[in-house]
Design a binder for this molecule. Structure first.
Ligand SMILES: Cc1cc2nc3c(=O)[nH]c(=O)nc-3n(C[C@H](O)[C@H](O)[C@H](O)COP(=O)(O)OP(=O)(O)OC[C@H]3O[C@@H](n4cnc5c(N)ncnc54)[C@H](O)[C@@H]3O)c2cc1C
Length: 465
């Protein structure tokens, strides 16, 4: 048996399976702590569900990704890969909300914050929000204060849906549409009746009620692939991580000596620890027997789709960097012109549709017919504009489905098999499926590995606290 003191200094090895944000984070943290890491990614690129591809001269993201100032783990990740300046956060929360169904014509409202303490930072914005009546605005204020008193980790909250809670707190269909779902659908990837109240409380409490700047929005001003693949790959290379792209783990087993083997085509890797950072279904397929009490529960964690419609106009049709819409099937619209590298005076908009069950299987022609007239309704300048290109990206399993009760199904990082750890946005992070949740799960997995190795884990969020 190795003495603890010798164990501290012996070179330790780990294989991380999955090069999404969770696996990349775990690999970075383990390598930072001196562990020899091999990172396996089945696809030709890192970044997992947040990636880019080329279409002609354009760099296209598979889906618009945003994060909030309160996403401290993802911000750590951006800093760690030297990418923070390429994905800045707006100075102060400012979301234009355009209602095209108003009887007296389209109306623009804004969700903005003031430089005041919580909850006063949003008081003026709510008081002047034109898409709700005075009575509705007062009821939203009361519900927000009640929400602020909840503990998102309370298991009872996970058992009920967000819509039921909102109904109990006097919220009308209009307040749900014009405010709660406006934020909730984009962050949870589900409408209120299909979202766990625990996850909804987590999002609204952390984003809107924890710190005045918590909900300021950040997004990549470069293709996502530049951050999550190019820069992350560079950081991993700098630490000596062996990163194997196009390399799928096929089997994971524990040898009699307690070490792990990971089989990939043409090679068998051995390591002291394995971090399995792949989606829940793939995890289920790779888990060795006995690693979880009831592995089939992983298959009960559903998935939810996101669809993005990409429209390249022959001229500028939108002045703002983004906006969100009411009274239209269009949800959020982002100007992607600069980040895609589009030149020649046109404008490239990405229309981001969460909880997209109705659109995920629709043919491109049908989506074009549905959304182009809507964009013309929302953006007068689009009415005479030519459409140079229209295409669709579909992510059927964009996120885990945040349904009530999902909290019971999400496993933690530790398994029953010593040396095997789980990571991924779908594991028990307390967050909905986000880049933040993915990075947090990578922290947890790296922390568990290092603690088993008797090594110190410099948890970045504790340092920041
Ligand atoms: C269109 C879209 C929009 C989104 N918008 C936002 C947003 O605005 N804000 C936000 O915070 N989040 C958003 N998300 C969610 C966010 O992208 C994910 O939660 C996060 O990227 C998940 O990271 P992950 O590492 O947990 O998993 P994944 O990204 O799924 O990574 C798992 C990796 O494992 C690899 N893999 C699988 N099996 C194997 C194997 N056997 N061997 C080796 N490798 C394997 C996969 O190829 C993949 O790269 C969005 C997602 C999508 C799809």
């Amino acid at each position: 048996m190795t003495a603890p003191a010798a164990r501290d200094t012996a070179p330790r090895t780990a294989v991380v399976v999955g090069g999404g944000l969770a696996g990349t984070t775990a690999a970075l943290q383990l390598a930072d702590a001196g562990v020899r890491v091999t990172l396996l990614e089945g696809r030709p690129r890192l970044g997992g569900l947040a990636f880019s591809f080329r279409r002609g001269d354009l760099d296209v993201d598979n889906g618009q990704h945003v994060y909030l100032r309160c996403c401290t783990a993802y911000r750590w990740f951006l800093d760690r890969i030297d990418g923070a300046r390429l994905a800045p956060v707006q100075d102060r929360l400012d979301v234009p909300v355009l209602d095209v169904a108003h009887p007296r014509g389209p109306r623009l409202g804004r969700i903005r914050r003031d430089p005041l303490p919580v909850p006063l930072h949003l008081a003026r914005s709510l008081a002047t929000y034109p898409h709700l009546s005075l009575a509705e605005r007062l009821s939203v204020g009361r519900a927000a204060l009640a929400l602020g008193r909840l503990d998102p980790a309370d298991p009872a909250l996970d058992g009920i849906d967000f819509a039921t809670w909102l109904g109990r707190h006097g919220q009308s269909a209009r307040t749900v549409e014009a405010l709660w779902d406006l934020v909730g659908v984009a962050t949870l990837n589900a409408t209120a009746p299909h979202a766990s109240m625990g996850l909804a409380a987590m999002v609204f409490k952390t984003g809107l009620l924890s710190d005045p700047g918590a909900a300021d929005i950040g997004w990549a001003h470069v293709p996502l692939g530049h951050l999550h693949d190019t820069l992350a790959g560079k950081a991993l290379d700098g630490l000596g991580v062996r990163t194997l792209r196009r390399t799928k783990a096929e089997r994971i087993t524990r040898a009699d000596d307690g070490r792990w083997t990971v089989e990939v085509p043409g090679e068998t890797l051995t390591a002291d620890a394995v971090v399995l950072a792949v989606p829940q279904a793939e995890t289920h397929g790779l888990l060795p027997d006995g690693a979880l009490d009831d592995p089939d529960r992983l298959l009960d964690i559903g998935t939810a789709p996101i669809v993005d419609l990409h429209v390249v106009y022959d001229r500028k049709v939108l002045k703002r960097p983004f906006f969100t819409a009411l009274g239209s099937p269009v949800q959020w619209v982002f100007d992607r012109t600069a980040s895609s590298g589009l030149t020649g005076g046109g404008q490239y908009l990405a229309v981001s549709q969460s909880a997209a069950q109705d659109d995920i299987d629709a043919p491109v022609a049908e989506l074009r017919e549905r959304y182009l007239p809507e964009l013309e309704r929302l953006l007068p300048a689009a009415r005479g504009a030519g459409v140079r290109d229209f295409f669709v990206t579909r992510e059927r399993t964009a996120t885990f489905a945040p349904t009530p009760g999902v909290g019971r199904l999400r496993p933690g990082t530790r398994t029953r098999a010593p040396g095997l750890y789980l990571a991924g946005a779908w594991t028990a992070t307390g967050w909905p499926a986000t880049m933040e949740g993915a990075v947090r799960s990578g922290f947890s997995a790296a922390g568990a590995v290092l603690s088993a190795f008797g090594r110190r884990h410099d948890h970045p969020l504790q340092e920041a606290a």
